[in-house]
Structure formats: structure tokens, C-alpha cells
Design a protein around this ligand. Sequence first.
Ligand code: HGY
Ligand code: MN
Ligand code: MN
Ligand code: MN
Length: 420
Amino acid sequence: MTPDTASLRIDTERLVNRLDELGRIGAIDGPNGERGCARLALTDDDRAGRDLVVTWMRDLGLIVEIDEIGNVFATLPGTDPDLAPVMTGSHIDTVRTGGRFDGNLGVLAGLEAIETVMTAGVEPSRGITVAFFTDEEGARFPPDMLGSLVYVGGMALEEALDVRAVDDDARLGDELSRIGYAGPLPAPAARFPHAFVELHIEQGPILEDEGVTIGVVEGVQGISWTELTITGRSAHAGTTPMRLRRDPLLAGARIADGVRRIADEIGGDQVATVGRFEPHPNLVNVVAQSVVLTVDLRNTSEAVLCDAEARFASIVDEVAAAEGVTIERRTLARFEPVEFDADMIECVEATARSLGHSTRRMPSGAGHDAQMLARVCPTSMIFTPSIDGLSHNIAEDTHPDDIAAGANTLLHVLLDRARI
Ligand code: HGY
Ligand code: MN
Ligand code: MN
Ligand code: MN
């Protein structure tokens, strides 16, 4: 390691400008000045976003590699090529009501950290890699964190390539080839990083409410996604007596109410969400034929998450019997809670404090690629506050000072881990 690195800081303006430029791809301008963006995985907008970030990576002279599931890795080589690199990264795909920071901050702050290191002439022993993983949101191709899950060997490549899109039934592998990101690098990876750290917006209200700058993330809560296909019998809204109806839309509404009751009864940090609710034929004068809905249950405790799932299953059975409908269940994602590496957590906390930032330890309510990397190497995360705690909303925003605090913390955690 050549010059003293303690005084190194990222170029905040350059990072904010790149966030804005990437955010213009798939931009959604809201009625009150919101600047959101929608780049669902493997769409043309996702390709355009990928192309822009890869151009920035190549312009820096980094070694850019793409794996078989479309994960992209850009590496500044270390002085010792035999040493596994330190890695950072996140995702650049978004949900349909997405923002400019969810995932994008972690990728572009990682790129900014590497550019800062290069500009300072620092030559770390270990290489530093910044990655973006395919389909982290799982909103179009479930499960979420699909790309990083394949990368660590948690899902077979062929199974992932055969996943069908919830919107147009497109096959993931076909879409990946169509946008030109089916790469040659084997997935799962042949070698894993020495350590992984992900910078991400909190996407919730805690840091802002408490006036804390850096969240030191201790782990990620468990996630359970289920898709229900409820089939009844379409009928005429005017001629069909109530007692003869087999109404899947009513059944779905009763299940949605039951899902809310699960969270109310369990309490604590239990969350329960019906996100998709798609009746067919969805017409004013037709008792529905079918409804497809999704249920997202999460908890930091695996035992409590299992209890929530058991309650959900009995609600489904009860409603199916009472409404005379059939209900098919499909698991879209199921991840147990993850605890990050104690030494990495301490490194994030000590680094943020050495930079003068307030910190607080916390779990992550949202899923992240880091929860997959934690399966193969020491991993932790850095959170920055979300204004009004909003995310998966076009009003998602984070103050530039907090962006700088998070990115500088990331820079120095990477330098710390890249030393020998
Ligand atoms: O679902 C999640 O928590 C993440 O946004 N993929
Ligand atoms: Mn995210
Ligand atoms: Mn997200
Ligand atoms: Mn993430």
C-alpha cells in the first residue's frame, strides 16, 4: 500500500451525477417533483442501464467479466494476483415504482470507491471488485436475489434460466440472451471473494427517525413468498344468486384480510403483504373466474416466520372450504434469516465512527445480495438513511451528505479488507 489512505474521500459530485444519469434510464417523473425510475430485470431499460454502467467500468480500465446468469464484475487487480479480491456491489434492476438509489447506490458507490483508489495511486494487495447482480428484485422473475443466489450455488443455473416472467411469461434465459448479457464466466463461481460489503439505502424510517447517519447491518430477516391461484366459477353478476356463487375474488379479499391479521396477532417485527392481486376477467358485470395473488411474509426469527406460514396455510384452507373455490399454492421464494460476520460488522462500525459518523446496529428488513454472499465469505452491509423511510416508491430519496458518508465508509472498509 503506497500513500497514506486515511484522508482519502470519494468525489460526491461525481457519484451523485452518475446516480442521476443512471436514474434517467427508465425515469418516472412524479406529479410533485419525484424522480423515480423503473428498470425491471432483463427489459430493454435494464439493458440500457447495464450498458451505461459497463461503459463506466470499462472507461476506468477495470477488468469486466459477465457470468452465465448475467452478473457483471469489474475488478481493479491487486499487486498479488494469487489473493482473492475484496468485493462490493448490489443491483441496478428496480421494481415498477422504483427509485434512483435502491441497489444503484451500492453499485455506483463501489465504482466511485475504486476510482478514488486509482486516482490516489493506491495499489492494494488484494484486487477490489464491484459487481451488479441480475434480478435482485425478483419482481419480474422470482425469487428475489436470483443472480447472487445462482452465483453462490444456491440455485442451479438451468433452473434459473427456465424461470418465467410474471408479466409476460418470457423465459429468463431467453431475455438474458436477448439483451446480450448471457456471459461466459461460470455460475456458480469457481472462486469467491475474500470478503463482501454492500452499501444500500435503509429503505425504512429508523435511521432518519433517530438522526443516525450509518446503519451497521447485522443480518437480513427471513423471507417467504407464496403465489396463490384461486379458481372459482365466473358467472353473471345480475342473475347469479349469492348462495350459488364460487367467487375467487371474495376469497382473495378474505385471504388478504387474514394476512393482515397474521401480522397484527404476531406483532413485533412481523410483516405480511399482499403485493399482487390479479382477478380474471376483471370486469364489472362478471363474478370472477380466478384470482392470482402473492403473499410476502418476513421475520427476523425463523421459528416465528414458520408460525406465520402455518397461520397463513390454515387461513387458505378455511377460505377455500367456505367459498367453494380451489386454491393452488406456489412458493416463489423462501430464505431463512441471515446473520452477517461479526468481524465485518465491527469493521463497518469502527470505520464509520473513525470518519465521524453516528452509527446504530440493525437488521435489514429488505432482502439483499449480501445475504447470498454471506453464504460464501465474510459479509456485512452499510445503510444510509432514506428520506421519509420511503423505498419501492418513486419518491425514494437520500441526502447527498448521507450518500457521501455511506460511500466513504464503503471506501475505507474496502481498503481495510484489501490490506494483507
Ligand atoms: O424483496 C426485497 O426485499 C428486495 O427489494 N428484493
Ligand atoms: Mn435493493
Ligand atoms: Mn428493492
Ligand atoms: Mn440489495
